[in-house]
Design a protein around this ligand. Structure first.
Ligand code: BGC
Length: 328
């Protein structure tokens, strides 16, 4: 079966974003560089190629993105064991995660600038309790901001942590020459398999300090940090400093293409992943992910904000990727 569908949303400045229903994914973001529409993200040439993707390209990840240690958690006194798909752990919702589902395009909300996709995840799906009703709305605004709005509700207490897994290179050949500024004063210490130890470390005097713009490749190639060396780059969860929603939480800049991308979000962390595991038609570091989400493995760390969603609650989170030319 191939119920594959691609929807293109545009704005008055000629920006174009392609969304596919398989995984509610961002397939392409085209922004003008010197008047030429240029691809900002990594994507496959055809929608069909996403059917075999295991890199989460542009994908909506969940029910719980990132890792759950041992795939185990306790909720309301019950122990749950999820299928494991990342060594001993569960990553991005397991083998049957939301990046591999056909989402329904909500025709009522489809117009030239926005589209909503819907998915129902049944009770027991991926091993989680509760029927989860989700929607993801992509809207391309006239100020060149791509807004992603997640909302969900459940009939039984469950866990949820959704993010977007687009890889950005802002039209450069890889992410290494890009500069990143991240408004984060602390990050989660993690072990070799990317599970938080529970310790929160300050970024001060470390290679995790992006408070001023830092060139990604330079920083990760010249580091002496044990974890960065083990992971061959960044794959770490940064806790975002408190600031009003309209202040960027991260700014990624291509000086070559004179573009910056600002991220606005109400999520408490960003997982910076510089793409070491990119493979197939891509190579390591060809793009980086800035995945706005909740703390990693929150359900197994009582000192982290919770992923719990109760039947009387509505899950609502927003991520905005805003593009700007520096020479205009
Ligand atoms: C993880 C990486 C993982 C990648 C899969 C990222 O969110 O942090 O460790 O390899 O997703 O594409």
């Amino acid at each position: 079966m191939s119920g594959l569908e691609t929807v293109t949303i545009t704005n008055k400045n000629g920006m174009r974003v392609e969304i596919i229903n398989f995984g509610a994914r961002v397939k392409s973001i085209k922004f003008r560089v010197n008047n030429i529409l240029t691809e900002m993200t990594l994507g496959y040439g055809t929608a069909e190629e996403y059917l075999n993707d295991d890199l989460y390209l542009g994908a909506t990840c969940g029910r719980v993105c990132n890792r759950i240690a041992g795939g185990k958690f306790e909720l309301d006194g019950c122990l749950y064991q999820l299928p494991l798909n990342d060594g001993e752990n569960c990553l991005h919702g397991g083998d049957n995660n939301f990046s591999l589902r056909y989402w329904q395009i909500d025709r009522q909300t489809l117009n030239h600038s926005s589209v909503t996709l819907l998915l129902v995840s049944d009770h027991g799906d991926q091993g989680f309790p509760g029927t989860l009703n989700m929607s993801v709305t992509y809207e391309l605004r006239s100020d060149n901001k791509l807004s992603i709005q997640y909302s969900a509700n459940t009939d039984l207490t469950t866990l949820i942590n959704l993010t977007n897994h687009a890889y950005f290179n802002l039209g450069e050949k890889d992410c290494e020459s890009l500069y990143l500024q991240l408004f984060s004063s602390a990050y989660l210490e993690s072990d070799r398999s990317n599970i938080p130890t529970g310790t929160i470390l300050p970024v001060e005097n470390s290679d995790y300090n992006f408070k001023q713009p830092v060139q990604i490749g330079h920083q990760q190639n010249n580091t002496n940090d044990k974890s960065l060396k083990e992971k061959q780059g960044y794959d770490h969860c940064f806790i975002l400093d408190d600031s009003p929603f309209d202040k960027p939480k991260a700014i990624l800049t291509s000086f070559q293409n004179q573009i910056s991308m600002s991220i606005y979000t109400d999520q408490p962390t960003i997982q910076l992943y510089t793409g070491f595991y990119l493979t197939g038609q891509f190579i390591s570091y060809q793009g980086l992910c800035l995945e706005a989400q909740n703390y990693t493995d929150a359900q197994n760390h009582l000192n982290f904000p919770s992923n719990v969603l109760k039947p009387n609650q509505k899950y609502q989170r927003t991520i905005i990727f805003g593009f700007e030319s520096l020479n205009e």
